[in-house]
Design a protein around this ligand. Structure first.
Ligand SMILES: Nc1ncnc2c1ncn2[C@@H]1O[C@H](COP(=O)(O)OP(=O)(O)OP(=O)(O)O)[C@@H](O)[C@H]1O
Ligand SMILES: [Mg+2]
Ligand SMILES: [Mg+2]
Length: 483
């Protein structure tokens, strides 16, 4: 069933294409040696090139090119050995050059594809149109002075990848899944940190609506949306607005809009008539960007394992379900944590503990997998204590909670609190004898056929042992004695 929105005159399909701006992970800017660290003192990371001083010449940063190539390879895309930089001309206070160096007609990466996973268990392939390199602009600060605006050029010249998708998405969920997957791939590659709150990844959301079976109608572009949740909300809000326009006899005009997150609606920013005419032309300061196939091959050979490969490996090698493998590979840090716990242990049990107890503890303590409340080594040690019968599953949960609370290793907690499981058959027998003697009436009932009472005896025995009896042994001995 395809996703539609019901209007007053019938159902409408959604068509969505995303342009994602991803800041390249690199110590230096695209055409200068200035630093790129986030949160630095304003204008402390600006070279003469970034400030647009006359006569300064840009020099391409090889590492930024390598990052774009890696990203292209990670998106199964064509890498172009010949590409070119163009000037995109416009005036803005935080754009000191008066133009942005970008790639227009000849991007470094051409068509590719991304496979997304949907909540109904299906997958879908979204086409990538292109990826090009460009400079970021500076930032205007309007909140520093009552009558003046200040300019921070730290971001000016920082390398961005613009990754353009085909208009292949058909629902807010698909748009969200695409961005999630794209961010996951970039993070695995180490080419963009994907940090949307810090602005290192932002999306321009193109939306149109149509009747089933129609060609595409006019799109509107919602600029600079900075979270996955907001992208999904913006798609829905913009689609509903366009449906109202079409149904009331109007016409949707191509325009740039903004998403007002507090009101949940999109607002017009500028229409096509006053859209910029960027007067693109090849930048005369830069020669065409020519790279060698052998270098691309080297970069390809050195690519890290990507999410799809890792998920498949977990299913094959660890024998966990595709769903568990999907969850455990969503974040690189989670995958590393899981592997450290699973290696040489019961991998299914490791998956349950990471996705169950650990995730719950992270939520509860408002921590993250990068700084987890329990280290992978300690969780692994806890699993070992279950494997060698020192702890029952129930006691292990108790020890885990104490680990979260105190940050101590499981062995230490077991010693301190005397939580060691009792596996001495003689000791268990002695306790059970006591329980049966104290409940002679129930023993008689059980023997005359009231099987349900078995659980009562287990409970009494465990209570007498403060929960420390080995459950399998307790069951076994009880069966013998009652039998
Ligand atoms: N009818 C449509 N409905 C929804 N999305 C569309 C439609 N047609 C094109 N798109 C999407 O719009 C986006 C166009 O991005 P592209 O970078 O090519 O051009 P642009 O938005 O005109 O330029 P700029 O980079 O200056 O914003 C693509 O993601 C594409 O898939
Ligand atoms: Mg674009
Ligand atoms: Mg656009």
């Amino acid at each position: 069933m395809s996703y539609t929105i019901e209007g007053s005159t019938g159902p409408w399909e959604l068509v969505i294409g995303l342009e994602v701006h991803a800041q390249v992970v690199s110590n230096a800017k695209l055409f200068s040696g200035a630093a790129t660290e986030f949160g630095a003192e304003p204008n402390s990371q600006v070279s003469f090139v970034d400030a647009g001083f006359p006569g300064m010449l840009p020099v391409i940063n090889r590492e930024c090119v390598a990052q774009a190539v890696r990203t292209g390879l990670g998106l199964n895309a064509q890498v172009n050995l010949w590409s070119r930089f163009d000037r995109k001309n416009y005036f803005y206070a935080d754009l000191p050059q008066g133009y942005q160096i970008s790639q227009f007609a000849h991007p470094i990466v051409g068509t590719g594809e991304v496979e997304i996973s949907l909540s109904d268990g299906t997958t879908k392939t979204i086409g990538i149109t292109r990826l090009h390199l460009e400079q970021d602009a500076g930032k205007s600060l309007h909140d520093q002075h009552p009558t003046k605006s200040f300019i921070d050029l730290n971001r000016s010249g920082v390398a961005l990848m613009e990754i353009v998708s085909e208009p292949d998405m058909r629902s807010p969920e698909e748009a969200g899944a695409y961005l999630t997957k794209l961010r996951q791939i970039l993070r695995y590659l180490g080419t963009c940190d994907g940090n949307m709150e810090e602005g290192s990844m932002r999306a321009d959301v193109n939306v149109s609506v149509r009747r089933a079976g129609e060609g595409f109608r006019t799109r509107c572009e919602v600029k600079n949306v900075n979270s996955i949740r907001f992208v999904m909300q913006a798609v829905e809000a913009e689609a509903r607005r366009q449906i109202d326009v079409w149904e009331s006899g109007g016409e949707v005009n191509q325009e740039t809009r903004l998403f007002d997150t507090s009101r949940g609606i999109t607002r017009s920013m500028r229409s096509k008539e006053d859209a910029h005419d960027y007067r693109y032309f090849p930048d005369p300061d830069l020669p065409p960007l020519v790279i060698e196939q052998s270098w691309v091959d080297q970069l390809k050979a050195a690519l890290p394992e990507l999410p799809d490969q890792r998920r498949a490996r977990y299913v094959n090698d660890y024998g966990i379900t595709p769903y568990d493998a999907h969850v455990l590979t969503l974040e690189k840090e989670t995958a590393a944590y899981y592997e450290a716990v699973a290696k040489g242990r019961d991998a299914k049990q490791a998956a349950n503990w990471v996705m169950g107890d650990l995730f719950a503890a992270i939520n509860r303590t408002k921590t993250s997998i990068a700084e987890p409340p329990v280290s992978a080594a300690d969780l692994g040690a806890l699993l070992d204590l279950m494997a060698d019968n020192t702890l029952s599953g129930k006691l292990a949960k108790e020890v885990f909670e104490a680990m979260v609370e105190t940050g101590r290793a499981p062995g230490v907690i077991v010693e301190e609190r005397g939580l060691k499981q009792v596996t001495d058959t003689g000791a268990i027998e002695a306790v059970i004898d006591g329980v049966l003697a104290a409940n002679a009436d129930k023993v008689a009932e059980y023997r005359s056929g009231k099987d349900k009472l078995f659980g009562f005896f287990v409970g009494q025995t465990m209570r007498a042992m403060q929960g420390k009896g080995n459950p399998a042994l307790v069951n076994e001995v009880l069966k013998q004695k009652l039998g």
